[in-house]
Design a protein around this ligand. Sequence first.
Ligand code: BGC
Length: 731
Amino acid sequence: MFRETAKHRYRVVLLSIAFLGMAWNCRESAGAMNSNKKIKQEIDKMVSKMTLEEKISMVHANTLFTTAAIERLDIPGLCMSDGPHGVREEQKPDDFSPTGLSTDASTYLPTLTALAATWNPDMSYCFGKVLGSEARARGKDVILGPAINIMRTPLCGRNFEYMGEDPYLTSKMVVPYIKGVQENDVAACVKHFALNNQEYKRHSADVQCSERALREIYLPGFKAAVQEGGVLTLMAAYNLFRGQHCCQNEYLLNEILKKEWGFSGAVISDWGGVYNTKEAALNGMDIEMGTKVPNGVRNDFENYFLAKPFLNEIRQGALPESVLDDKVKRILYVMHKINMFDKNRKPGAFNTPDHQKTALDVAQEAIVLLKNDKGLLPIAADVKSIAVIGENAAMEQAHGGGSSNIKAKYEITPLEALQKKLNGRVTLNVAQGYSFQDDASVQKLIDEAVEAAKKSDIVIVFGGLNHQFETEGRDRKDMKLPYHQDKLIRAVAEANPKTIVVLICGSPVEVYQWVDAVGAVVQGWYAGMEAGTAMVNVLFGDVNPSGKLPFTFPVRLEDSPVDVYGDYLGDNEGNIVEYREDILVGYRYYDTKKVAPQFCFGHGLSYTQFEYDKLKISPAQIKAGRQTVVSLEVKNVGNSFGAEVVQLYINAPESSVIRPEKELKGFAKVFLKPGQKNTVRFVIDESHLSFYDESKKQWTAENGIFNVLIGSSSRDIRLKGGLEFNDKTAK
Ligand code: BGC
């Protein structure tokens, strides 16, 4: 018997479950519906045979990365692994230390900022396929990626794991990643839902943001993952949103994710992110994973909130069994979708040459040429000597950064790749330049670097950050290059102006102190196991750079919106972090408030040049439910094969609410031979012109003129046209 006070709640929950079932059905096409119907019948049959205890065993961890199997019914447990840019090495069942296997070194793919910098959804699909295939070969059912929290502040320690500052770019890149993973009979797990935009106080920060910012900036990537990518699992975040932890957040999980978006998969908690049995049970958490329980006993899995305490609440009638059944059904649905009950489930593959080639392809397309004023790049074939400066030249990056760290099968550093390519033909004058460990010998290291620069034709400084700075659990304190690199680069560039700086990092850094003094700057990211090969191919022109920044490099940290509006730390009462910049995140802020960035969103140069021409918008007037086609011609007018990312931004000059100066609403990567041209087409409709109207609680396009801006970056706009949205007169 249920207690009287709880009755109403149960009805709401039961109705919600029925509603979720309906939403589930509505989304499917007829064919898929039949197969889903069969799956659901099968699931109902399975659930009817299960005891209460067996069902409970499915909704919480039984080791650090698994849930229990029910052998009596041939139901396997779920086996999970991090993510998001490779399959993590095996961990002990109850603590995060490695088991020390010799067989779990995997393909280390570029991190997700690098993937986003390709602006190429095909690359994202190939990336997902590699990850899914490797996860499967390692016996995993769920890979804990993609990670897509929006870069709100340059300082977030996990920016490198995410896809940058723009919700549209993120949405377009996340979908093919998920499809690639799930084609391999492995579930992707999009994370961290939602508003986990900083690492500082990640367990206690209580995010307050407007509904508009939530809908326009922070949710679109997740929505696309669910509705377009068909993601099967989702990880709820550590932080709180509007006073409630995300792992038990009624609004985010039940209202938005499950009801509004019709998510039919399973919600997984971030490790240790659940705090209360009732809230987690009722508010949409399906599987509790973690590392500890409140009484302080590590990995006492049986006492997790969704283990014995949940069982007891059901037994006592304080929670209805139907809530548990819904969770179990969702988990079984995921299992069916990834063919866990099928003998012919795909086997996957591990460390194949194809996978390594994908790592290289992504890295090559990700590299961004930020500056090349003096034509220093590509490096001339007749170069006789190169000074190679900086610890990052020889630094492996895979094994760092927190849960995303990878035990890589191998990792080619830039120095190794240079040695391999130049094979003794060119003298390499190598100098450490700066030290990650030793702060005492700064001047000595700078002097050695200056000596190397003086006696070389050109200089390459490999600078940037590493995972001591960019890591889970911690944010950076500032945007400066550490280890006195500013001083080093200034000294080296003075000794030899033919200096190229390569930045290895996944977040913006301040470069204003030396950027005018050097010839070229290249953004190299944490670009995976083939990072060195990719970089050397770009530096020598075997590959023409085609990456574009997925986020802005402000000149200084003080220019960034979070710094200007001043709420980031959450050191206020109640740990509240108020997103006062609202929708003005990244370039939306810099452009609207006319703050010149160092390198703008979407920026990236090429060794060739592209001309834009013949913009056509037809029809030039649309109404709701109608589309228009924006077309233009791009021509490679330089001398080398190259790729251009054509970007479409919308500007809404006549609006009743504040709109960002421009918003990305389309992009296309075009590969062109010298002299070749191509027509690029974008289909635009009401959705691209809309903002989230808080009063109507829906996306709205207002009648009026919109500017269509076509650019090579967000600030290099090459063509402009007008489009009228008129719901009354347009055809
Ligand atoms: C991270 C997740 C990760 C999980 C398991 C957490 O600390 O936030 O991204 O998947 O650990 O390693």
